[in-house]
Design a protein around this ligand. Structure first.
Ligand SMILES: *Cc1c(COP(=O)(O)O)cnc(C)c1O
Length: 399
């Protein structure tokens, strides 16, 4: 019997997330099979030679390709609208593979100031050793990106919306600038996922993921991915990865595949919960500010509405009384998990100034708006009444 072929271009995004990328095996299984094998067997010495020389396509070794990993790659590529996707052992491995695949000594990177902390560590402590130069700019100010651009600038790197303040950059405007200046634009799409934002359609060249967050969605596995065109991602990034080795394990790829199947539903639910919680916090007497792009008074609310299909699951708020007050709200919770992870069905609460952003100098933190009274909540899928009650325990005492 001929195999049914699924052509993602004929289907809506929700359908692509459920079905793209899989070729059923001869067993006729309905759920995707896992292939936990390090190597693959050849029919003859001649076939082995043909595979190794590249004359014949096919699997050789799981550091290069693996069927479960490939299904995840093809599904995510279809969801992001990219030609190629390369899966990695973690989000940081995706960022490393992007830098190593695309940059060389003497290249210059312009990076948003508000990217994931470890991304700046990777650039400042490691990439600079190989002669890569970096300039940091405020995320939303496209003129600042333009001014920072030099003749040797090769890459713009940003994350939108930002963590934990939910700042945005106009991806279309930044992509236009990148194209005009002959620079590649990479967007870390971890917070929105393709369910809420598709940077490639807005003109970006590369999309980066930490699959550890919303793509998994239940806090189980580490993984990452880079999506883009066949040349940069399919050859340059993949070439680094197959040589250096931080590839995704088949079991983790399978967990992420299951995560992608419910991604649209979950992102909608995370966004609804986050908006409801943001509105509740906004009128709480102990809360002095709420940062969430879904609130109408957020400075980039209109851009978020135009650029995203939802506002996402992460918000932050401020209380008067600095660190002691923020910690008291966190410590008064009984249900929320005190952890820096995000993108989980379980809501998490953290104090950015002393955890995710603790490595920054105090003046740098101030520039970035990470005050001592700031608390971040990655809103999960629990009932709103329970989330409010858990936060009210500490907030009501401050009010
Ligand atoms: C977590 C995270 C990363 C790093 O991903 P890991 O899977 O932890 O390596 C990169 N970017 C963003 C925005 C993240 O939240």
């Amino acid at each position: 019997m001929p195999m049914q072929e699924f052509d993602p271009t004929e289907y809506a995004p929700e359908t692509v997330a459920v079905r793209a990328g899989y070729r059923r095996t001869a067993e006729g299984e309905h759920s995707e099979a896992i292939f936990p094998t390090s190597s693959f067997v050849f029919g003859s010495a001649a076939e082995a030679a043909a595979r190794f020389s590249g004359e014949q396509p096919g699997n050789i070794y799981s550091r290069f390709t693996n069927p479960t990993v490939r299904t995840f790659e093809q599904r995510l590529a279809a969801m992001e609208g990219g030609e190629a996707c390369v899966a990695t052992a973690s989000g940081m491995a995706a960022i490393l593979a992007t830098f190593m695949g695309l940059l060389r000594g003497g290249d210059h990177v312009v990076c948003s100031r508000s990217v994931f902390g470890t991304t700046t560590v990777l650039l400042n402590n490691y990439l600079v050793r190989f002669g890569v130069e970096v300039t940091y700019v405020p995320l939303s100010n496209v003129d600042a990106w333009s001014e920072a651009t030099r003749p040797n600038t090769r890459l713009y790197f940003c994350e939108t919306p930002s963590n934990p303040l939910g700042e945005l950059v106009d991806i279309r405007a930044l992509a236009a600038l990148a194209q005009a200046r002959g620079v590649l634009l990479a967007v870390d799409n971890c917070f929105c996922t393709p369910a809420l934002q598709r940077p490639l359609a807005l003109g970006a060249d590369l999309v980066i993921h930490s699959a550890t967050k919303f793509l998994d969605g239940q806090g189980r596995c580490l993984g990452g991915a880079v999506v883009g065109d066949a040349e940069r991602v399919g050859k340059d990034v993949y070439g680094f990865l197959r040589s250096a080795g931080p590839t995704l394990a088949p079991f983790n790829a399978w967990v992420f595949l299951k995560g992608l199947e419910t991604l649209h539903l979950r992102m909608r639910a995370h966004s609804e919960n986050a908006l409801a919680l943001a509105r509740w916090l906004d009128v709480h007497p102990a809360v002095t500010a709420v940062h969430y792009p879904g609130l109408v008074d957020h400075p980039q609310h209109a851009l978020a509405k135009a650029q995203q299909q939802g506002f996402g699951g992460v918000l932050s708020f401020e209380v008067a009384g600095g660190r002691a007050a923020a910690w008291s709200v966190i410590d008064a919770t009984r249900m929320l998990s005190i952890t820096a992870n995000l993108g989980d069905t379980k809501s998490t609460i953290t104090h950015p100034a002393t955890t995710t952003h603790g490595r920054l100098e105090p003046d740098q933190r101030e520039v970035q708006g990470i005050t001592e009274g700031l608390v971040r909540v990655a809103v999960g899928l629990e009932a709103m009444a329970d989330l409010q009650a858990d936060l009210a325990r500490g907030l009501d005492r401050l009010a």
